[in-house]
Design a protein around this ligand. Sequence first.
Ligand code: TNX
Length: 488
Amino acid sequence: MTRELGDVIPAPGEVRPDAAAFFTLDAGTAISAAPGTEHVAAYLADVLRPATGFDLPVGDNGAITLSLDAGLAAEAYRLEIATGGVRLTAGASAGLFNAVQTLRQLLPAEIYTGTPQQVAWTLPGGTIVDAPRFGYRGAMLDVARHFFTVAEVKAFIDAIVQFKINHLHLHLTDDQGWRIEIDAWPKLTAISGGDGTGVDGVGPGFYTKADYTEIVEYAAARFVTIVPEIDMPGHVNAAQVAYPELTADGVAPPQRTDVEVGYSSLVAGKDETYAFVADVLREVAALTPGPYVHIGGDEAQATTAEDYRTFIERVLPLVTAYGKSPIGWHEMATVDLPPSAVTQYWRIEAADDGTARAAATGGKVLMSPADRTYLDMKYTEDSPLGLDWAGVLGVEKAYGWDPAERLPGVGEESLLGVEAPLWSETLRSLDDVLTMTFPRLPAIAEIGWSPRETRDWESFRRRLAAFGPRWQHQSVAYHPSPEIAWPT
Ligand code: TNX
């Protein structure tokens, strides 16, 4: 059955169906790529070939055409489906990639299978004109509490880009593990990335520099910016196990595999601290083409307020010196921030400790309120996976809020965007990751992308139901939430 033109998540800005038109892909369909669009054209062919079994050659002649239009913003696109052919137009390749994700969603669910299916590959006729509300639409994966391999992260990226998520924040370090190789401090990964690390000691592993670069490049090819996080001055037990000189008394603490937070701290008054931080930030910045490095800053209960300020004020300029903009969890905004610093707000109440003040001086805010966006919260009290300190988080609750109304003094113009973090204390596999992510991430993706006036729970709920079979066909685990009327 042919889909309806508006059956897309996130909801497009403008949908103009043409009931008289449709386009059906067949064995003779070819893709025409204007200069500068070859990369996305090749991606489009790659994602359509397995299920259709068609050749879908990419050249300068074909019924599906990709081209650029300088009149559109980089991420904006136009998708025109007529009986004679399909036209994808965008301001830049990123926008064409977005158009491709929309096009995939408009094909029958079997398009996600890995082997040829006997299906009429028909697209509904009409025009979609679409552009994002925010430039930053993110997900976060905690690879410190439980490590996820390069292949698992790639699979996660492939699943999230379908909803036009364009930033992946990797929480690389925490009390239970250190997951990124640092040449100047090799014991970080040799000791704290090895066996017995992670929550319950069952999440070992780390990324070599080559591994990390492989993730960065895979993400970039899909228009996803990697945002690396080195969490400090708290959440550093793994670093201190490897390098006892980073503690106050120089004695190595025991390795920790429990889920406590707020007990470890770098020492604000020690030179070794800044030598360490400078090396780590320099190496991480050098490996990262994206504009941001996240310095954590959360839950530093073992750091005095004065030491916290001293530490953050010394570290922020280091990030800038290595050519990046700093992001920190909202606790960082208790310190006077330069306008280039981004505050990531995670509170469960509309309480503030400086975020609005940072916004008032031009700082941008990334909205991740835990009660609405934390993908590690349980769906319901009896969910086998997840935590519940921010409450349980069903799909309707994840969908039913607005980032511009969350915090007084932080309106639309102060927002960089939204991000849905996934902490991994209770997760043990890629299937666990995906089960917590879907179907809630699409709700956050729609909040980050779609015009506010299109927000409508009944419409979202109906559109979301169609993704059950889509996830099944691509072997993406999801939680079959009873809030959604999944097709049987
Ligand atoms: C709080 S929210 C944390 C993490 C935990 C998470 C579990 C924030 C910035 N820090 O250390 O993993 O809760 O939900």
